[in-house]
Unconditional design. Sequence first.
Length: 227
Amino acid sequence: MTSGLDNPVWTALTGPHARFAERVGRAVRYQADVAPFFAVPDEPGEQGWADLRELAGPGAVAVVAGGAAVPTEWDVVETLPGVQLVDDGVVGAPAPEAVRLTPADVPEMLALVASTRPGPFLPRTIELGTYLGIRSEGALVAMAGERLRLPGWTEISAVCTDPSFRGRGAASTLVRGLVDGIRARGEQPFMHAAASNTNAIRLYESMGFRIRLRPTFTALRVPVTAG
């Protein structure tokens, strides 16, 4: 079953990641220091958007993925076209040169993310799953990990490499290592990438991922007054 992938944040927060959820009625979000994403059902109705307004707070910005039509009174601050890639024969392999990262590594992880900008990574994102890293002369130079968790699926995210270490296959090594661990649990890997990140998309497709969906991530300004 892949239908849950159409609205993955909702599927994760109402399923395997419910312990990280804050919820008001038909709206959910990750705890603010875990991930920046909000979600409503595929057909939220007026009540769903009213619940999202209460959950986020008037005037706040909520990052939403999914196909629900946005009410006209909500301002679109930014849109990010993306691609969703799913396992289509990816070869997983152990990564003995990688280390499992822990909360003690978070300051270095945040610094690497800030310099490479692979996507959101917050102080508690590491709690969502396994994160692997590669060190060179003691410094963290590459990382990747597990973010959204759906029934039967785990998202690989935060794939990034310090510019000085690129071209050595670190990203492929870490992704294959994560795939190996995900498969060992009887699950399948999937990923998201910005549609503009053509180099990363080519890499993932060469590894055996295929584009399943082209979602848009939308940053919405919550109306100050109820609609």
